[in-house]
Every structure is written in C-alpha cells, then in structure tokens.
Ligand binder design. Structure first.
Ligand code: 5AD
Ligand code: SF4
Length: 472
C-alpha cells in the first residue's frame, strides 16, 4: 500500500515537473489536426500542454502561408512573444507548418526570436531538434516526404470539447492551382492507410466523441492501394487496383462502422467528387449533408488561368446533380476575386454563378500573390487594390443575401442539432450545427454538450438559425 502511494506521488510529481509547451494554430483545420499530432509527439518525451505561454518552456506557432495577411498575423504574434520572452527568458520559440516550409532557414534570420523551424512532414524530428537547440545549434527540418501521414500517431486532443474531432485522411495536394502555395508547402498528395483511420475513429468513439470530420486538401481524391502516394497509382498491380479503397468506399466504411457517429468531410474538389460519393452520402443517415465545394471564380477564362480542372458549366452541372441526389444538402464555397487579368465581366460571371448556385455560406478572398507559384511567376498582379476590395464587398454582400434567404427557409422546420458549446452571445443558450453545417442556437433547457436536440427554427440571421428545442 505504502509503495503504491509512493509510486503515485512520484508520478504526480513527474507530471507537475514536466516541461510545458503551448501550441497556437493559424489557418486551416489541417493545422489544428497537425498540432494534435505534434502535441502527442511532445507528450511522448515528457512535455505537457499549457495554454499559458508565460508558464511554458516551449511555444510553437503552427503557421499558414495561404495569403500574405496570414503570414503577417504570425509575424505580429512573434513580436508579442518577444515581450513575453523578456520575462520568461527560457522560453524557446518554434514555427511549424506552411510558413516554416516556405521560409526554411530564412525564418531564423528574419525573426531572431525563432529557435526552431519544422515543416509539415518533419514533426517526428521535433525531439531531436529540441536537443539541437540545447546544444546551441540551429534546429531546422523542412524535408517533405512522399509517405508521411503520421498514421501511427494517436493525436493528443489538447483543446477539445470532447465531441467534435478532426481525422486527417490525406496530406498534400497535386492539383497545382496556379495561385496556391499549398502544393509547395505540403508536398505531394498521399492517402493514409484506412485501417489506421478506422482505428483512430474507433478510439474517438470509445472516448465519447460524437462527430468526426475527415480532413484533406482534396478528400475526394483519397486512394489507398497498399500505398497511398497518388502519383504512383499508375504503378499499382492489377490486384492492388482491384482492392483499392477510394473516398466513397472509405466514407461507406466509416459510416457503416460507426453508425451513431456524425461524419463530415472537407475539402471537396469539383473534378474529384463523383456520383459514388453522393450515393454514399444518400445511403447513410449519419453522413452530414454538407459539401464544401470551392469554385474560386465563375469565369472560364480565369478558371483556366487558375489551372482549375473544371469549367463553370461543369461546376454548375455538378451542383445540379448534388441538389437532385441530396435535396437538403448544404453547399458552401471558396471564392477569390482580383486574380490577375480579372475584368469586370469576369467578376460579373462570378456573381452570376453565385446567383445560380445560391450557396449557404462561403469563404471569400482577395487574390494575394504567393512567391514561387505559377501565377506569381507568369502573371502580373494587375487588379488594383481598390477594385479587388470593391469586388470582394460585392461578393460578400451577395453571399450574405443568399445566406439570409436560404436560412429563412428553415423557419418553422425542425433541425437535428449536435450540442457543441455555449453560445457566445448568451450563457443561457447552446450552440451547435445542423447536418447542413449551419449554426443553430437555442435555450439550454436541460440539454448538455454532446446531446442531439431537435430544434424548431423560429428566426434567422445570415449566419445563424435561432430556435427552441423540443423538451427532452
Ligand atoms: N490568394 C487568395 N486566396 C487564396 N486561397 C488559396 N490561395 C490563395 C491566394 N493566393 C484560398 C482559396 C482556397 C482557400 C483555402 O484559400 O479560395 O480554396
Ligand atoms: Fe491549393 Fe488548389 Fe490544392 Fe486547394 S486544390 S490546396 S486551392 S492547389
């Protein structure tokens, strides 16, 4: 008994004495998911997570390079960490993710505060790199890999509500849209072994999670044939091809194996989402009817210059098919305005496409030239800033109108909502999403986080449905 107590005390002491790390994630959900992998790697060498960088020995910024503004946000954060470092002198600072990959060693020169630079495929090397810092050496690893998917690492969900989780299924992107830095910072597209995906979801479900979002830059292009590197599929044997698992098969497997779990996925690319994915969505009630389907522009001329692999007509036909096969499916988009050589007519084409689709919501951006991309090398960033801004406002205003109109159609109907968190506006209200990925708020009334609530929608804004749950 005594020795048991001693052991326990020792263990407690070890935990309280362990080094603390903080991670701050910027950009996409992939970074949030990667930070959980990094947290797991750090915990395996005795670190423990803290959300207070004043008390941490290590702070990591998981960075985004998608637009210049995203990089500026990271640089500003580094400035504020500089102030913390004046008091917390032992604090080491690391940068992970896309900006680390893009800037490589230059990061150390440009931002003197940075001790550690690690690209998205090199996180396993963090323990060694931390030792290098202790020896006073530069610690940089930005090697990209053709295999790495971190399949065997169980992510540490350090910042979780215990209900929603991301599960990454592919890494990298082979699409080479001309504006996009991602293929350069995240490397070649590769899929993760489905067995490891199912194992991770099984663990989540056993731990009480209610919803998983399958993540990848291009989930519909998922393909496992014994290996996962997309560009090598043409080298696969006949039997590997016959037994390969594509995205619709993976979705089917996940939905079948976890019938009580809500399944979402993002992001879809128009050229890769096929009928079998839509049929699988129709077949399973637990796959949420929402597709995030970036289009980027409504002009064929611009789509071509962007190296998008579809025309506006092909995209619209796909949307029609989705609406036919899945009548209550939410559809959202990403849109870029002010791409090089975008004329007023091209912009009107974008507005016209939006008027045809009538998206539920979207993420809309001004074109931002990214060093090294084909667009940066070949095209002049020649749409003046004030025109970009005006076009962006027009796109956003049109989206707000469509969102409001679409959300109004929910009034007097019931939405099935998974309770996720307290509403930001009132502690008396819960907030969750319906299958179409629309935020719903309603009075708490005996419900708790993780419950499903059948909510009668009473009113709406352009972003939120407001309702009342039927009594439990
Ligand atoms: N400028 C503006 N927006 C961009 N995106 C990607 N690259 C750029 C860029 N250079 C947007 C696209 C993409 C989303 C994740 O970010 O719309 O779908
Ligand atoms: Fe970038 Fe295009 Fe790949 Fe999306 S599909 S990550 S926009 S290259």
């Amino acid at each position: 008994m005594i020795s048991k107590t001693l052991e326990l005390n020792k263990k407690k002491k070890r935990i309280s004495n362990s080094k603390k790390f903080s991670i701050i994630s910027y950009g996409c959900q992939m970074n949030v998911s990667d930070s959980e992998v990094v947290a797991s790697i750090l915990e395996s060498i005795g670190y423990s997570y803290s959300d207070d960088i004043n008390n941490s020995e290590l702070v990591l910024l998981n960075t985004c390079s998608i637009r210049e503004k995203a990089e500026q946000t990271v640089r500003k954060k580094l400035e504020s960490i500089n102030a913390v470092k004046k008091i917390n002198k032992n604090l080491k600072v690391g940068v992970l993710g896309c900006m680390a990959e893009r800037l490589k060693e230059k990061f150390l020169e440009e931002e003197k505060i940075v001790d550690l630079v690690v690209g998205p495929d090199a996180y396993r090397d963090i323990p060694n790199l931390l030792k290098e810092i202790e020896f006073g050496n530069d610690a940089v690893n930005v090697l990209l890999s053709k295999e790495e998917t971190y399949a065997d690492i169980n992510p540490s969900r350090f910042n979780t509500n215990g209900i929603n989780a991301f599960v990454s299924i592919t890494r990298g992107c082979d699409n080479m849209c001309t504006f996009c830095i991602v293929p350069f910072t995240r490397g070649r597209e590769r899929s993760r072994d489905p067995k490891s995906i199912l194992k991770e979801i099984n663990e989540l479900v056993n731990n009480g999670y209610k919803e998983v979002t399958l993540l990848g830059q291009n989930v519909d292009s998922y393909l496992w044939y014994g290996g996962g590197l997309k560009k090598d599929f043409n080298k696969a044997s006949e039997i590997q091809r016959r037994t390969s698992i594509n995205f619709s098969k993976l979705l089917d497997l996940v939905a079948k194996n976890f019938p009580k779990t809500r399944i979402r996925f993002t992001t879809s690319n128009p050229q890769d989402i096929d009928d079998t994915v839509l049929e699988t969505m129709a077949k399973h009630n637990n796959i949420c009817n929402h597709i995030h389907l970036p289009v980027q522009s409504g002009s064929d001329k611009i789509l071509k210059k962007m190296n998008r692999k579809h025309s506006s007509d092909e995209y619209l036909r796909l949307v029609d098919k989705i609406k036919k096969l899945l009548p209550d499916c939410g559809i959202s988009h990403d849109m870029i305005c002010g791409f090089p050589y975008e004329t007023e007519n091209d912009h009107l084409d974008t507005l016209s496409l939006m008027n045809k689709v009538k998206y539920d919501f979207g993420f809309m951006f001004k074109y931002s030239e990214r060093p090294g991309t084909l667009a940066a090398r070949k095209y002049k960033d020649n749409v003046p800033e004030e025109i970009k801004q005006r076009r962006l406002s027009e796109i956003i205003n049109l989206q707000l109108k469509h969102s409001f109109e679409n959300l109004s159609t929910y009034i007097d109907k019931y939405s099935n909502v998974l309770v996720e968190k307290e509403s930001k506006k009132s502690k008396d209200y819960w907030c969750g999403r319906n299958p179409q990925n629309i935020m719903v708020v309603f009075p708490k009334d005996g419900y708790k986080i993780g419950d499903y609530a059948k909510v009668k929608i009473l009113s709406n804004t352009s972003t939120t449905l407001i309702g009342e749950a039927i009594k439990k």
